[in-house]
Design a protein around this ligand. Structure first.
Ligand SMILES: NC(=O)c1ccc[n+]([C@@H]2O[C@H](COP(=O)([O-])OP(=O)(O)OC[C@H]3O[C@@H](n4cnc5c(N)ncnc54)[C@H](OP(=O)(O)O)[C@@H]3O)[C@@H](O)[C@H]2O)c1
Length: 314
């Protein structure tokens, strides 16, 4: 495993992390045994960065991690998030008020069975919250108390990331970045790198699409609460599959799978410290970890960037 410094936090993180949204059933049903096998495999492979949120399964993912890491908390750089809701009547709503964040942070610590988290991220804050939110004072107090070591944001829009870097509260930014979504590399990554803000890239496999394993027939299985029911709805899915076909040229020589190439692509950007693919089980975790052994050539990286700029982006 390769390790990089996560911006000004100084934390040495494995370039491959583990995203745990899948473990809370947001990608269809899961068994705890499978989730635990993914977590065990991650630690065996030298993965030391695990990302979760109180929103995943309304705390389910954190509870599972709390049990799994009980006797090995010191082996892991643990990142969680607060302020967003993904389950129940408030689904899709965010709340970054001081009282809410104070409460949900304590609940997260309890579920995670730990006194502190290494990174506490606001989960999808808008520019207003990033620039003027009173919540930052609370987070600063919690940092002084030792409940959290570093602060970050997980963002959706580029302007949110830019605001976070400029405002200066955030030690890290978490953002979607993959071969089909390269916008952060345009302005956000250079800005973050200059400010020494750590970059965590999420959804590196575009929810499994960039493993190259999906066909049109898969669309039928994405139902109900599966996040892919929305992100791969209607015509979008066929268009995304066509783009994936145009990336298959990367699987040659030392590159044995598109999943490997997709993860190596993220790590090919020097601003990126860690990519956090979700892994449903030990097998997926093992394959994702091999992405760290692959280095795409500058020519291949240029071709992927050109495809995005000229065709994928539209
Ligand atoms: N707003 C936010 O803060 C936010 C939003 C999204 C994600 N995240 C974070 O980013 C993490 C990763 O994002 P994500 O899970 O949405 O997307 P992802 O990592 O691109 O895709 C994960 C999915 O791809 C499939 N997969 C993974 N490895 C595979 C392999 N080697 N071979 C075949 N299939 C494989 C699995 O689904 P199947 O087995 O069902 O195919 C898995 O659930 C999340 O867990 C979370 O920590 C944060």
């Amino acid at each position: 495993m390769e390790y990089r410094t996560l911006g000004r936090t100084g934390l040495r993180v494995s370039v491959i992390g583990l995203g745990t949204m899948v473990h809370a059933g947001h990608f269809g049903p899961m068994s705890d045994a499978e989730s635990l096998s993914a977590i065990d495999a991650a630690l065996d492979l030298g993965v030391n960065f695990i990302d979760t949120s109180d929103a995943y399964g309304a705390g389910y993912s954190e509870t599972l991690l709390g049990k799994a890491l009980k006797d090995r908390r010191d082996k892991v750089i643990l990142a969680t998030k607060g302020g967003n809701t993904m389950v129940g009547p408030n689904k899709g709503k965010t709340d970054f008020s001081v009282s809410t964040i104070a409460r949900v942070m304590d609940e997260s610590l309890k579920r995670l069975q730990t006194d502190y988290v290494d990174l506490y991220q606001l989960h999808n804050p808008n520019v207003e919250v990033i620039e003027r939110g009173e919540v930052w004072e609370l987070l600063d107090r919690r940092r002084k108390e030792g409940k959290i070591r570093y602060l970050g944001v997980s963002i959706n829009k580029m302007e949110e990331g830019m605001a976070a870097v400029k405002r200066g509260h955030s030690d890290t930014i978490q953002v979607e970045y993959n071969m089909l979504m390269q916008e952060p590399a345009q302005e956000l990554f250079p800005l973050a790198q200059k400010a020494n803000v750590g970059v965590i890239t999420r959804v590196p496999l575009r929810r499994g699409l960039l493993t190259g394993k999906m066909t049109l027939a898969d669309q039928k299985r994405f139902q109900g609460e599966d996040v892919r029911a929305r992100s791969f709805a209607g015509e979008i899915f066929a268009r995304e599959l066509e783009k994936v076909e145009r990336l298959r040229f990367l699987v040659r020589g030392p590159v044995k799978s598109l999943a490997q190439a997709a993860i190596a692509f993220c790590l090919g950007n020097p601003a990126v410290s860690v990519a956090i693919p979700g892994a449903r089980n030990a097998r997926q975790m093992q394959e994702n970890a091999t992405g760290a052994d692959i280095h795409l050539s500058p020519e291949d990286l240029r071709r992927v960037e050109e495809l995005w700029r000229n065709s994928f982006r539209a």
